[in-house]
Design a protein around this ligand. Sequence first.
Ligand code: TRP
Length: 332
Amino acid sequence: MGEKIVLTGIKPTGDLHIGNYIGAIAPAIELSNQADMRPVYFIADYHALTSMQNAEELHNRTYEIAAAWLSFGLNPEKVLFYRQSDIPEIFELNWILSCQTSKGLLNRAHAYKAKVEENLAAGRDPDAGVYMGLFNYPVLMAADILLFQANLVPVGKDQIQHVEIARDIAETFNRTYGETFTLPEALISEDSAVIPGLDGRKMSKSYGNVIPLFVDEKKLRKLIFKIKTDSKPPEEPKDPNDSILVDIYRAFATPEEIADYEQKFREGIGYGDAKQLLFEAVNRKLEEPRRRYHELIHDKERLNQLLENGAERAREVARPFMNDIRRKIGKY
Ligand code: TRP
């Protein structure tokens, strides 16, 4: 079967942590290297505007994301890698699609619905604090996806509904104006590793339990030594399936190393030694990207150049298709 266009947007919010790397960055980069994939990965900087109104923060986060993905080996020759805001066609399509999107469909979108429910529970006006950006978020996302004729959209579970909305909008448009858009499908990696944070809960910025991706070696070791363990003495056998250390180790080591590590747990290993081994495995994976990241983040000109080249190539795809869409709606 032919090539598949695989497209995903990366919102430039929050500090990246090893959970982001294991759950999103690593699998997406791996996917992008498959021969039968045409990867389109972009920084959804205008989507971030719904929650980020600090100019400096949006600016910095955008470059941080670009540097991070490149430092983990994203190949800008193979991947169409650009910044959403550099593609004006997306925003034109956004409007056209919004005219094919019923308000009722967007009323049912999770993020908006949750906000309304929260307001109602607090006795406020249902739309208190709701901005049109939040409400229309799924339409902009549909424009991102449909403009590039994506077949597959790798996303986390929380974004499945958005991909379904994009599909619905595409179907409506196709019915109105004739076959135009490819219907996208969400791609959820089933075993998408959710790695635990320092306290054993899912690693998440909101829990304050993260191991940031690009901290120096000393800090990384310190954080790993902070991971919560119980008070079993070193020689006591430990269940490898009941340890945060093993859970994290599994995401960073080879199958043989993992088997070996698990065996050590069953035989009894002190937590200090186990943490040292974990640190070494994590650090081995991160040290090269960390070095590259720090190099890149100080070279904004180079990052900018890369993103602009990406946008130029993306627009070569978007322009003719947008012309086609314009003709279909009657602009000719
Ligand atoms: N909404 C996505 C998120 O919050 C980011 C995103 C924007 C996206 N546009 C997209 C993802 C298009 C996939 C396809 O993570």
